[in-house]
Design a protein around this ligand. Structure first.
Ligand code: SF4
Length: 349
């Protein structure tokens, strides 16, 4: 009888029988692999993360090799996942782990939280999944399951509401350390597979018999988050310049802001500024491509790419000239990579 079991017992039993057991970071489940997967999963779907995770592990199999890599290498391995501050923090964190912790991630969540880029939920995930610490994680999937089961109607934008939820979550934890791994994984799996954002499958849910949101008939009302993002649109003009020898001009982005320290085609705030950098003789051959939309957290970028051939490399501050294959080895944001690859494919056809 499901009802005779506690919340935690039901989650653990369901995870063992129906949860996910084949994700690459579960086999083997080491603190390093859990850490990398948690950071990748923060803004990215599991299906996308799997291939990036495997390639990242191949390139940086342990924390020491990640710490010793150049930032450019780490950004290059991250290229396509977006939100590049995650990769920069990952790299800094690996260096701190080597310098301060002898190359082993600390085991307690309170120590993990002091490292760059490791927030409370990631720290809790590593400590609970790998060391059985009795602490509740609070990622988006888990927040959804808990707020629905509890009918927690306070706005999670407020720190006081998140704290109250955390307190309730702590009270639901298993009493024994051995159950923390399947319990934590179980809550994440329930959020991903059953208690989905728009289509919760309450019939199949092990928590359905006493779920308050289900009883009220309104699971979709939870979690409550009121703040709406105000989105802005910006346009940028980029130059894809190719020399007679087939080389492309790339620049490294500034150390702060979007795409910080990644490599890009030169970007300009206006069409006229882009054109002003080119010799007059080239202008009749400059071909603007249809704008590409790139979605960022708070804004949409419209990227206008102008393709132009030059008789010789331009002498522009910071510009480096590379063969297309070399250019694609650099840490490029995904839209720039796609743009260069598209241009390469058109040139070959
Ligand atoms: S019963 Fe429905 S709403 Fe409640 S936790 Fe399960 S899937 Fe989510």
């Amino acid at each position: 009888m499901t009802d005779a079991l506690s919340f935690a017992e039901r989650v653990v039993r369901w995870q063992r029988q129906q949860g996910r057991h084949q994700l690459p970071w579960q086999n083997p489940r080491t603190p390093y692999r859990v850490w990398i997967s948690e950071i990748m999963l923060q803004q990215t779907q599991v299906q996308t993360v799997v291939s990036y995770f495997n390639a990242f592990m191949h390139r940086f199999p342990d924390v020491r090799q990640l710490a010793q890599a150049s930032e450019d290498d780490v950004l290059s391995a991250w290229s396509g996942l977006g939100y590049y501050s995650r990769a920069r923090n990952l790299h800094r964190c690996a260096q701190d782990v080597v310098q301060l912790w002898g190359g082993e991630l600390p085991t307690r969540s309170e120590d993990l939280e002091r490292l760059p880029g490791i927030g409370p939920s990631t720290a809790a995930a590593i400590a609970a999944l790998c060391h059985g610490e009795r602490i509740s994680i609070m990622d988006g999937n888990v927040q959804r399951v808990l707020t629905r089961w509890l009918a927690h109607a306070d706005d999670l934008i407020l720190a006081s509401s998140r704290k109250a939820l955390q307190t309730q979550a702590q009270a639901l934890l298993p009493t024994d350390a051995q159950s923390m791994q399947p319990y934590t994984q179980g809550l994440m799996d329930l959020g991903a597979l059953v208690c989905k954002p728009k289509q919760p499958d309450c019939e199949a849910c092990p928590l359905g018999s006493d779920c308050q949101a289900r009883r009220l008939g309104k699971p979709l009302d939870y979690p409550v988050k009121t703040r709406k993002l105000t989105r802005r649109s910006e346009s940028w003009w980029l130059l894809l310049m190719q020399t007679r020898q087939g080389q492309l001009g790339l620049v490294q982005r500034p150390a702060a802001g979007v795409w910080a320290r990644l490599w890009s085609l030169p970007m300009f705030a206006s069409e006229s500024a882009a054109m002003a950098t080119l010799p007059n003789a080239c202008l009749p051959h400059l071909a603007w491509q249809p704008p590409l939309k790139h979605v960022l957290t708070h804004r949409d970028w419209w990227l206008n790419v102008g393709v132009v051939s030059l008789s010789q490399p331009l002498d522009m501050g910071g510009l480096v000239w590379l063969d297309p294959d070399q250019a694609l080895q650099r840490a490029l944001p995904q839209p720039i990579r796609a743009c260069i690859q598209g241009w390469q494919a058109r040139a070959k056809s």
